[in-house]
Every structure is written in structure tokens, then in C-alpha cells.
Design a protein around this ligand. Structure first.
Ligand SMILES: [Fe+2]
Ligand SMILES: [Fe+2]
Length: 215
């Protein structure tokens, strides 16, 4: 069954999640750079476009990424990790709590970013608050992503069955409006072309990514 899925995207759900981490850190670095360079003042066309793309990315990607992890990976991992009192269960609860905190922080960052984009400047108090949020989010992500990539994902790769991984990949595709059942039986080259076209059609929430990339 897994061979029917194309390898670049949802056949390897943990790779999709790792790729998403790279984009999270890339777009976060863009926001931090612009905030520090312009300190609430007006910026040029290119930096405006970069800020818009970064805010748009976070607006759509964070909820998808958290759902991918919590619903499709963590829940299965916890069923497979025998002892509910084990460190894994506690670590996953911490990660889920951080998802909530990060989501709220992203809402605030977006609010300040929109004020900045709409009015062309950000008052000093708001700029300070934005910087604090960006610093806090950056610090949290470094720890959060390191835990996921060095502890949780390797454990998921070890404990989840191949069938569970395929189901997780299908759920993640479904979250993005892609029905992988429609691809089954098609030659792999056709699968890739159709998938690329579907993602391009959804270009708006995927702004800032290359065709074929997922949130
Ligand atoms: Fe996470
Ligand atoms: Fe993650």
C-alpha cells in the first residue's frame, strides 16, 4: 500500500513534519530580522513581501502542523508506548501544551504584524511587545523541535507500525484537502503532477513554499 504513495510528501509523514520545522525556523528568522532591522519603522517593498509571506505561512501552517503531530503521530505513539506514567507521555503532554502557547503567541505576532503592514509603522510599545514575543517563540521552538526530532519522532518511527504511518500520511494529506485514494493505481509520475497542481491551486495558504511543499 505504501508504494502507492509518492515518496516526496505523505508516504513519509515524519519527513513532512521535519521539512515543516525547517520552514517554521526560516520564516521566524525573517520576522526577527525585519523586526530588528526596522524597529517599528517603514520598510521597503521586498521586506514587506517577506513579512506578508511569513505571516501568511504561520497563519495556515501552525494549526495544520500541530494537528498532524497531536492527532496523527502523538496519539498513536502514546497507544504504543506502554506505560502511561513514562517520560514519553509526560514529554508529549509538554509538547501539546507548548502548541497551545505557541498558537496564542502566533496570533499576537500576526496582530502586530498586520498593524505594521497596514499603517506602515508600529508604536514603540507594540514593537517591544512584538520583539519579546518573537524571542520567546524562537526559544521555545529550539527546544520543542529538538525534542520532537531527537526523542519523539525516532520513537514514533520505532513503535508505530508501517500501516499506522500510511494512515498518518493519509490523514495529513486529507487535512490539506488532498484525497490520496484518488491517486491509488495511477503511475507515480501522474501522481506527482496531479499533486503539484493541487498544491498550486491551494497556493494562497501555502505562500512562501515551493510547489510540492506541504505545510
Ligand atoms: Fe510540535
Ligand atoms: Fe513539530
Amino acid at each position: 500500500m505504501e508504494a502507492q504513495l509518492y515518496s516526496n510528501n505523505f508516504a513519509d509523514p515524519l519527513k513532512v513534519l521535519r521539512d515543516c520545522h525547517q520552514r517554521i525556523m526560516k520564516f521566524l528568522a525573517v520576522l526577527i530580522r525585519i523586526s530588528r532591522d526596522y524597529r517599528g519603522g517603514s520598510f521597503g517593498k521586498l521586506d514587506r513581501a517577506d513579512m506578508e509571506a511569513s505571516l501568511r505561512y504561520f497563519h495556515s501552517a501552525i494549526a495544520l502542523h500541530s494537528a498532524d503531530e497531536e492527532v496523527s503521530i502523538f496519539s498513536r505513539l502514546l497507544m504504543d508506548a506502554a506505560d502511561p506514567a513514562s517520560n514519553v507521555h509526560a514529554e508529549v503532554r509538554t509538547l501539546e501544551g507548548e502548541h497551545r502557547t505557541l498558537s496564542k503567541a502566533h496570533d499576537e505576532i500576526e496582530r502586530f504584524g498586520r498593524i505594521w503592514l497596514d499603517t506602515g509603522s508600529l508604536p514603540p510599545a507594540d514593537w517591544n511587545a512584538l520583539n519579546k514575543l518573537l524571542d520567546a517563540v524562537n526559544t521555545t521552538y529550539w527546544r520543542h523541535i529538538a525534542t520532537e526530532e531527537t526523542v519523539i519522532y525516532p520513537l514514533a518511527a520505532k513503535l508505530m507500525t508501517p500501516e499506522d504511518m500510511v494512515t498518518a500520511g493519509r490523514e495529513m494529506a486529507h487535512r490539506r484537502g488532498i484525497d490520496l485514494n484518488a491517486f491509488d493505481g495511477l503511475p507515480r509520475t501522474s501522481q506527482r503532477k496531479i499533486h503539484g497542481a493541487l498544491l498550486l491551486a491551494k497556493r494562497s495558504p501555502d505562500a512562501g513554499k515551493k510547489p510540492g511543499e506541504t505545510a
